[in-house]
Ligand binder design. Structure first.
Ligand code: PXG
Length: 305
């Protein structure tokens, strides 16, 4: 079935959803994006995703020509047009069409695109048995160069790290910051468990502040699991009792080996198991109520069924 894409206020068939070769999003990666999930007709943590999108845009001096409220409506309209109740949503804002030089000043109006599609997750087997990952030699971009908090259309570092994962025959690669501390994987945050404590790289390590990461930290606190955000090294990963990744697409996915070092006993550990299942349930039920998704509720998103 042909998908419908929201483009600058119009719902168009995917075949016609094309951008100009003069769009600076294409020419220079000048733009920002978000990836959201819809569960049972409701968008998970939409307010948080929109806030991050508008902050990313503000940081690069990109003025989104739509209020956050209207952006929520546009997302709802896209989901409705595609008759979706469980989906992955990609929201992009580009600098728009301009002259061939890099100057953003030549671009008169940013463009907004909303794409909704089915979700590609890891296999059942991976959630049950975990996966092997590597550390990449490509570093995460330095916070001093471009804040990793900005979800920009510049993902080349991450893509180079993804090549390393592909070459190593594993699904993901951990990126380190220029100091050698652990940051995150190419599109997921990373956690370890050590002596019953849940540890994850801190904001200061230079990471994207993942929304799934935040929810997992909240769920851990609620479950009485002590949490700490700090600098972590490869040694900490190699000697961890448990390890997992978090992301909008992946949710919580267990890691059982890093750079050929077995994590713990090589099986998915109890805290990982607990958080995987707690998150899974929370996203589909409790965490997806009007209170946690105020904008989604206001926009009367399709109720599913
Ligand atoms: N780090 C980076 C560099 C990312 O791009 C995350 C962490 C996780 O953040 P969230 O907010 O999604 O928990 C991302 C987000 C996918 C997918 O298909 C990945 C992202 C966004 C949407 C979907 O796994 N990247």
């Amino acid at each position: 079935m042909s998908k419908t894409v929201w483009m600058d206020g119009r719902l168009v068939p995917m075949e016609q959803a094309a951008v100009s070769v003069f769009d600076h999003g294409l020419l220079y990666g000048d733009g920002v994006f978000e990836g959201l999930r819809q569960y049972n007709g409701r968008v998970f943590r939409m307010a948080d995703h929109l806030k991050r999108l508008y902050n990313s845009a503000k940081a690069i001096r990109l003025e989104i020509p739509l209020s956050q409220h209207d952006m929520g409506e546009a997302v709802a309209a896209t989901l409705q047009a595609n008759k979706l109740t469980d989906s992955y949503i990609r929201l992009l804002v580009t600098r728009g069409i301009g002259a061939l030089g890099i100057s953003p000043a030549t671009c008169s109006k940013p463009s907004i695109f909303i794409i909704a599609d089915s979700i590609k997750m890891y296999s059942e087997e991976t959630y049950r048995n975990g996966m092997a990952i590597i550390t990449a030699s490509t570093p995460r971009i330095a916070a001093a160069a471009l804040s990793p908090k900005i979800k920009s259309l510049n993902y080349l570092n991450n893509i180079m790290a993804k090549w390393e994962a592909i070459d190593a025959g594993v699904p993901e690669a951990v990126m380190l910051n220029p100091m050698g501390f652990i940051c995150e994987c190419t599109a997921d945050n990373i956690f370890i468990v050590r002596d019953g404590h849940l540890l994850t790289p801190a904001e200061e390590s230079g990471i994207l502040l993942g929304i799934t990461r935040e929810v997992v930290l909240e769920l851990a606190v609620a479950a009485g699991i002590p949490t700490r955000q700090s600098n972590l090294t490869r040694y900490d990963l190699y000697t961890a009792d448990e390890c997992f990744l978090t992301g909008t697409g992946a949710e919580v996915v267990p890691v059982t080996s890093v750079d050929k070092r077995m994590i713990g006993d090589g099986k998915v550990g109890p805290i990982t198991r607990q958080l995987t299942s707690t998150f899974h349930h929370y996203a589909r039920n409790i965490g997806n109520t009007a209170a946690h998704s105020a904008i989604a509720a206001r926009e009367k998103l399709p109720t599913g069924g």
